[in-house]
Design a protein around this ligand. Structure first.
Ligand SMILES: NC(=O)c1ccc[n+]([C@@H]2O[C@H](COP(=O)([O-])OP(=O)(O)OC[C@H]3O[C@@H](n4cnc5c(N)ncnc54)[C@H](O)[C@@H]3O)[C@@H](O)[C@H]2O)c1
Ligand SMILES: [Zn+2]
Length: 372
């Protein structure tokens, strides 16, 4: 097991990555914060937010270490349920089940459960403690760390939310055993991203050990997951609220978000969109000379090694137009994160429409080539 420390201005906590964590969750939570499960000898109300398919696979395993069974709340799977209506229903269930300011919430699921669970904990009785137990690769390496929580509006994704740091994160590699292959590969795109922007050694490891990682060898997965978390924690520690440095986590995301939006969030998983977005960003970087031709080819190869990325059936103009509505584009600036060699990155704000079109054009051409 590896432990990664997150230390932001507002909170300090550990992220644990390893095997066998969910079987021993209750004593681990007690160790993190004694008294969280009990108060004055009486059990506190403990809520677990999950979704039915995850609970069917792992619920028993996860519950076994609790002397008093937690109250289980279900969020139906799917991005369409990550909304305020679900939040209201869940808050009411928490009240009806006797929740109070002393309650604890455990978010046990993928990024959707983590975002909604964290948000419930942020606003229930003006805030209760939260433990994140992420069950997808994406949630383990990305969404469970950093304290961003929230839900979607019909107008766009993640438009309502709050920063609410967890008390601890337990990333159990064993639960990834049931994760569909496509979800695993998509999540690994965030690890590829982590390597490109901040960790040369991770890039090399992912190149050299792709078979083990994709074959879910526990040691290889633990290494990739821990390195990705360490990268994110390192950035969040220095910039909790996305003032500057945290922006680099958006590498591949300007075009990635545009692809998700242009396809109505239906055909591409987030990581797949980011994979293609990274291809576009790498092209831009190559054109600007912030990476060499050899580095460009090497990094694009790495992205496809963790593919296959689904074909993009889109027109360049539609993708380019969609990049303009990303909420991270402050004041209409077209912001791009570009790698500076391998393991470093910077933010540029002066990307021209022509540069963007060329990068999107390259990405679409690569998609067409790979899927003839
Ligand atoms: N808060 C943040 O910083 C942050 C960062 C990145 C993404 N996100 C959010 O994360 C969400 C996406 O998360 P995701 O990719 O984990 O998707 P997800 O939560 O929808 O999970 C993907 C699918 O895998 C299933 N699943 C989960 N764990 C499983 C397991 N162990 N075995 C079998 N099936 C399992 C789920 O039921 C679901 O169908 C988006 O809403 C996105 O906005 C948040
Ligand atoms: Zn992402």
């Amino acid at each position: 097991m590896q432990t990664i420390r997150v230390e932001t201005l507002s909170a300090r906590y550990d992220v644990m990555a390893g095997r066998g964590l969910i079987q021993t969750l209750a004593p681990r939570i007690e160790r993190v914060a004694g008294g969280l499960l009990h108060r004055g000898g009486l059990p506190r109300r403990v809520f677990v937010l999950t979704s039915a398919p995850i609970w069917a696979l792992w619920g028993q395993c996860m519950q076994q270490s609790f002397s008093d069974a937690p109250v289980v709340l279900f969020l139906p799977p799917g991005e369409e349920h990550k909304n305020l209506k679900s939040v209201e229903g869940l808050l009411r269930q928490m009240i009806q089940a006797g929740g109070d300011r002393g309650s604890l919430l455990i978010a046990f699921g993928g990024g959707i459960v983590g975002d909604v669970g964290g948000f419930l904990a942020a606003i229930f009785m003006r805030g209760i403690p939260c433990i994140q137990v992420p069950t997808t690769l994406l949630a383990q390496v990305d969404s469970s760390v950093g304290g961003k929580t929230g839900v979607n509006l019909p107008e766009g994704k993640n438009l309502v939310g709050s920063f609410h740091q967890p008390l601890a994160v337990f990333a159990d590699i064993g639960v990834l055993g049931t994760l569909p292959d496509r979800e695993l590969r998509a999540g690994l795109m965030e690890s590829v991203k982590a390597g490109i922007i901040r960790d040369r050694a991770l890039v090399r490891f992912m190149e050299e050990h792709a078979d083990e990682v994709l074959g879910r060898d526990p040691k290889a997965l633990e290494k990739v997951i821990a390195a990705s978390i360490r990268m994110k924690a390192g950035v969040v520690n220095r910039d909790e609220r996305e003032g500057g440095l945290r922006m680099i986590l958006n590498f591949g995301h300007t075009v990635g978000h545009a692809l998700e939006q242009a396809t109505g969030y239906k055909t591409l998983l987030h990581g797949e969109a980011v994979g293609w977005g990274m291809v576009a960003a790498l092209y831009l970087a190559r054109q600007r000379g912030t990476i060499s031709r050899a580095q460009f080819e090497r990094l694009e190869r790495l992205i496809h090694l963790y593919g296959p990325l689904p074909p993009l059936k889109l027109r360049a103009a539609k993708v380019a137009a969609a990049t303009g509505v990303d909420k991270k584009n402050v004041g209409g600036v077209r912001r791009f994160v570009l790698p500076l060699g391998i393991g470093d990155a910077g933010v540029v704000e002066d990307v021209t429409a022509a540069e963007l079109e060329a990068a999107v054009g390259y990405m679409l051409a690569r998609s067409a080539e790979r899927h003839v």
